[in-house]
Design a protein around this ligand. Structure first.
Ligand code: TRP
Length: 442
């Protein structure tokens, strides 16, 4: 274990973790969930949850990873809590389901690259989305996306991907800033900003509890927290690094990119006369394609944008597949290549329904993201806050360079607010999922 590599530079780790965090969650999921959940009031609740619920749990993952120097399944026995291994099992299953539909959306992105090159969505953004999002073509591009991810995991082009991540973050930000400035010039911009950015205190007060469940799911999803990805990433960290500072930087970068995506999508919604709640799961794609149609040079800009989005999705999907593959290797002892091939086949088959009907995508997303992911988060908070707290404080304090009360504050945030909020939200979401299944499937 002594020879285990650590991140060469602080930047290497931060960028890899940002590569995992920034993905379809920021650019596809965040805008449409915000639109569906009331705009600015949702944004406020979401930001609070990211900082006070998501970040503390992400730090639990970092601490477990750095102390154990193991992946998600071996980590718990390595720190002396073998019976909490269930967190790793649940995390791997959650990751498996998430990846099964994440790849489908990744396949949409590939089709949008092609659509930008050929101009296929020009003048028919809505119809193009319909075509892209269900059918044999959807399944085919889903498979292509999965194979790209597997190529990264199986053939060790990981280094290349990490290098790409270094370029990725600045180019995502640069291009999105440009699009945000363009969006600001649209006739609907002011209305878009009002919907997205100016919360009404009265609605906030009356709707906060209703907003909480969707906001919590999105907070964990966007931070890649709750399935053990960050345990693996933390396992390569040195002890002289401040986990709090690194976690904070990752959270900030991820949040800025999501907020920026909203600054593009909301003005475009209003410019195109789409009522924000009506866009549904395809809202982001439809509105962006509409914008690229009218923007001068839009096809070229669209191509570049969707290529960058694809890279961002790949670095995220890669981090999930890592968790699944190490889980399979650990439990079955089979070769890495076989584990990769097996999981790829399983992910594709399990995800197939979501490639043929969007209602399955909604159901998968509700189960994995709003229930299992939050269950993982709750278990991590219970474990970190109540069971492993003393060792967690010791590990967290290494390299911390902060006042004495900070580690204790972290533990108490986990113990009470995180546990209470996540228990409430899980209870709500389970009821909600049952209802979603009843209304959309039965
Ligand atoms: N955070 C990524 C995104 O926003 C998705 C992702 C990567 C993820 N790893 C994860 C989500 C682990 C949940 C758990 O696109």
């Amino acid at each position: 274990m002594g020879s285990r590599e650590t991140w060469a530079t602080r930047l290497g780790f931060i960028l890899a973790a940002i590569g995992s965090a920034v993905g379809l969650g920021n650019i596809w999921r965040f805008p449409f969930i915000t639109a569906e959940s009331g705009g600015a009031a949702f944004l406020v609740v979401y930001l609070l949850l990211v900082a006070f619920i998501g970040l503390p749990v992400m730090l639990v993952e970092f601490v477990i990873g750095r102390e154990s120097k193991q992946n998600v399944v071996d980590a718990f026995p390595a720190i002396g809590y073998g019976n909490w291994k269930a967190i790793g099992v649940i995390g791997s299953i959650t990751g498996f389901i998430i990846l099964s539909y994440y790849s489908v959306v990744g396949g949409w992105v590939i089709q949008y690259i092609l659509g930008s090159i050929t101009g296929a969505y020009t003048g028919g953004a809505e119809a193009y989305f319909g075509q892209v999002s269900s059918g044999l073509n959807t399944a085919g591009f889903d498979l292509l996306f999965i194979l790209l991810v597997a190529g990264v995991v199986g053939f060790g082009v990981r280094d290349g991907l990490e290098r790409a991540a270094k370029l990725l973050v600045p180019s995502v930000v640069g291009l999105m800033l440009f699009l945000a400035v363009y969006a600001a010039t649209l006739p609907g911009a002011a209305e878009g900003y009002a919907y997205y950015l100016s919360p009404n205190l009265a609605t906030l007060r009356s709707d906060a509890l209703a907003i909480l469940p969707a906001a919590a799911g999105q907070a964990f999803f966007t931070l890649s927290t709750g399935v053990g990805v960050m345990i693996t990433y933390g396992s390569y960290l040195d002890e002289d690094r401040s986990l709090l500072r690194d976690g904070f930087v990752i959270m900030l970068a991820d949040t800025c990119i999501a907020v920026l995506a909203g600054l593009i999508v909301f003005p475009v919604f209003f410019a195109q006369g789409i009522a924000p709640g009506d866009g549904g799961i395809g809202a982001t794609f439809v509105s962006l394609a509409g914008a690229f149609t009218t923007l001068p040079g839009g096809r070229l800009i669209g191509t570049v944008f969707f290529v960058i989005l694809l890279l961002a999705a790949l670095t995220s999907a890669f981090s999930i597949l890592e968790v699944i593959v190490s889980f399979i290797i650990d439990t079955t002892g089979i070769e890495r290549s076989a584990a990769t091939a097996g999981s790829v086949a399983g992910i594709f088959v399990v995800g197939l329904p979501t490639a043929f009907d969007l209602k399955y995508l909604t159901v998968y997303d509700a189960i994995a993201n709003n229930v299992l992911l939050l269950l993982g988060g709750l278990l991590l908070a219970l474990f970190g806050g109540w069971v492993y707290a003393t060792d967690a404080v010791t590990e967290f304090s290494k390299g911390l360079n902060a006042p004495q009360f900070v580690p204790k504050l972290w533990i108490w945030v986990l113990r009470v607010p995180v546990v209470v909020v996540l228990s409430y939200v899980l209870y709500q979401n389970i009821a909600d999922v049952i209802q979603t299944i009843q209304t959309s499937l039965l």
